[in-house]
Design a protein around this ligand. Sequence first.
Ligand SMILES: Cc1cc2nc3c(=O)[nH]c(=O)nc-3n(C[C@H](O)[C@H](O)[C@H](O)COP(=O)(O)OP(=O)(O)OC[C@H]3O[C@@H](n4cnc5c(N)ncnc54)[C@H](O)[C@@H]3O)c2cc1C
Length: 367
Amino acid sequence: MADIAKDDELRRHVRDWLTDNIPPDLRRSRTYEDRLAVDRLLGEGGWLGYTWPTEFGGRGGTPREAIIVDDELARGGISAAGSPSRQGFRHLGPTLLVHGKDGQRQEFLPRIRNLSDIWCQGFSEPGAGSDLASVSTRAELVGDVFRLNGSKIWTTHAQYANWCYVLARTAPGPRHHNLTFLMVPMHQPGITVRPIKQLAGGTEFNEVWFDDAETSADNVIGELNDGWSIAVTTLSTERGFNLISHYRGYLEELGQMASRASAETDLIAIGDLYAQLLGIEAISARIMQALETSMLNDTALASGGKLVNTEFHQRMTEIALGLSVNSPGLAGEAFITFLEARAETIYGGTSQIQRNILAERVLGLPR
Ligand SMILES: Cc1cc2nc3c(=O)[nH]c(=O)nc-3n(C[C@H](O)[C@H](O)[C@H](O)COP(=O)(O)OP(=O)(O)OC[C@H]3O[C@@H](n4cnc5c(N)ncnc54)[C@H](O)[C@@H]3O)c2cc1C
């Protein structure tokens, strides 16, 4: 049973800590350097990896508490998206907690939490995006190291990261088999990173080339040739857990839209968005419930939640862009948010792929 008074106390604690420690302008900044500074402050304050066991530098908090923390951070202007620590502490960390060996947890989790390591995700390839199981980057075991050859694409923050978790083919054979989940150090001669210019103007993601890049055989998460099941855990976490704090961000954006709407038609559109947002809040509450008992392994919630959230945000940013025409000062900001929302239905698996997953794996419809 939820203890509302305890929840409220935690909320107040996070708010007071934010007021005392992170200036509002820094919280809302979009530059990588500022985001990193914010993450470092959050790490020092003990807010990253809140649910992780204390032996790995976490606070041993409950998922419910972690969500309250996320919610308050989002309310204070710190969004989970774009955070430099995201791949480490939101995606790889939970994967290590479930599938990592003790030594790997002891070595990597504290370094993720104190931001000594910045991670990137090496899943997508030019010929393997939606169809992730067809990755062709090879990793060959030579003595006690893996030697990697191939390329990845759309690798967010690869230019800053010192580690990458990579899905690579370790033996020929059926698509979902013979893939291995490897942790690979980025700073070595066999790795080349080339930034890609994005629609919204930045260069957040990159191409990454492996030419005889090496990593220790100790850096396999899970078993050799069983990387697919590990990647599924990572993707499920990416789709589900992160969605909750998005709700708060959407609510903030909607509030800003309402404050500059004047025409009756605008207000009707905003009312309609608010009704949809209440549905998203209900889904977020269900995800919170699922997380109370285990890591998010509910496909319907993870895929359904991602689909509903990201498509809602696109509709909202389209309407916000229309409203901003009457407030020229806001047009630039609304346009960037509109462009950024385009990416949300792509990363972590496109909307079409989420619909396929729901149809096949949840509803059992024929392929
Ligand atoms: C901002 C951003 C950041 C990203 N960061 C990372 C990262 O850090 N690491 C990483 O590994 N990847 C990252 N990605 C890549 C992302 O995961 C892929 O773009 C995504 O999985 C889609 O793959 P694709 O681009 O190859 O498109 P494709 O797979 O070529 O798909 C093209 C179109 O065809 C549709 N389609 C494909 N297959 C099917 C099907 N079976 N049924 C119906 N429709 C289908 C898709 O929905 C899409 O509309 C990022 C992407 C973006 C936009």
